[in-house]
Design a protein around this ligand. Structure first.
Ligand code: NAP
Length: 292
């Protein structure tokens, strides 16, 4: 079955994800706050909406891939937002990274309007988004997730069903806590090795050749070798996500001592103006913290 999909948010992730939806035979209408980012999709055959409500009225499925709660609130509740039109019977899939608490709040605000709400954040960055190989952490009514699975699989290689809405976001908190700790851990180890006089290539080759070698470290090794951090997953978004992780862990009574340390390091990075670089630029924070 093909759908009419309103895709809202043409950022680093939204553009390739919408392109994959379109390439697999669905109709797509895109919206982005700054309209110039819709051009690549328009050239690829997508319709372009001038407002979120225009896209939502046309579609039967609405996908959000936005920075976080403020952006979602803006496209849902503000002038020309989704709720200024009739949304009854439409399925809304939020794929942005937000906390489980915010997910339940937006679900409770949308469901009285007759929206079928799914919470489906993703594991994977720009490259998996381009390749259609994201892992999609879906939650909401099981039958609705099953119905949407073929559409979700145009963007991902696997859909993991996590439970009621909010549990997809809970899984995303788990993944991003680990992601942040692993990235910071690699950078801390490389920085130590460099201070001990070891070569960066030798350190990374040693890590990648042994049992610590993994997809993430392979993906980021080039950035650490070159000392440049072209953005795949923005540093500022990782900082936002660690904040959500800490709030979520506190609510759940879970100890996350490494998560707290991670937040301090990333906060310092924002102060160093690293926000728009890739989150692997946490290496630069560790260099600044090191005794020169
Ligand atoms: P991005 O490139 O920064 O794009 C953010 C999008 O949100 C843009 O379309 C932006 O519109 C829109 N936006 C921000 N504030 C808004 C507002 N107030 N009103 C309307 N639109 C607003 O981010 P991204 O990397 O694509 O990430 C999108 C989501 O996926 C985030 O939740 C992120 O944490 C998550 N995620 C990212 C990655 C990754 O590797 N990049 C991986 C997994 C999950 P403008 O273009 O007009 O600013």
């Amino acid at each position: 079955m093909t759908h009419k999909v309103a895709f809202i948010g043409m950022g680093i992730m939204g553009q390739p994800m919408a392109k994959n939806v379109l390439a697999r035979g669905h109709e797509v209408m895109v919206f982005n706050r700054h309209v110039e980012k819709t051009l690549p999709l328009a050239e690829f055959g997508a319709k372009v909406a001038r407002t979120p409500v225009e896209a939502a009225q046309w579609a039967d499925v609405i996908i959000l891939m936005l920075t976080g709660p403020e952006a979602i609130d803006a496209v849902v509740f503000e002038e020309n937002g989704l709720l200024t039109g009739r949304v009854e019977g439409k399925t809304l899939i939020n794929m942005s990274t937000v906390s489980p608490a915010y997910t339940r709040q937006i679900k409770n605000a949308l469901e009285p309007h007759g929206v079928v709400f799914l919470d489906a954040p993703v594991s994977g960055s720009k490259k998996p988004a381009e390749d259609g190989s994201l892992v999609i952490l879906a939650s909401g009514p099981r039958e609705a997730v099953v119905e949407m699975e073929p559409l979700l699989l145009t963007m991902g290689k696997k859909v993991v069903y996590c439970g009621d809405a909010g549990q997809g976001s809970a899984m995303k908190m788990v993944i991003n806590l680990l992601l942040g700790i692993m990235m910071e851990g690699l950078c801390e180890a490389v920085n130590l090795g460099q201070r001990l006089g070891l070569g960066t290539e030798t350190i990374l080759d040693t890590v990648l050749s042994g049992p610590l070698g993994c997809g993430l470290f392979n993906l980021k090794a080039g950035m650490l070798k070159s000392g440049t951090f072209p953005t795949q997953f923005p540093f500022k978004h990782m900082t936002k996500d660690i904040r959500f992780v800490l709030q979520t862990a506190d609510n759940a009574g879970a100890a996350v001592p490494a998560g707290h340390a991670l937040f301090q390091v990333f906060r310092q990075g924002l102060g160093q103006d690293l926000g728009d670089l890739d989150f692997a630029a946490v290496k630069e924070v560790l260099e600044t913290m090191s005794d020169r």
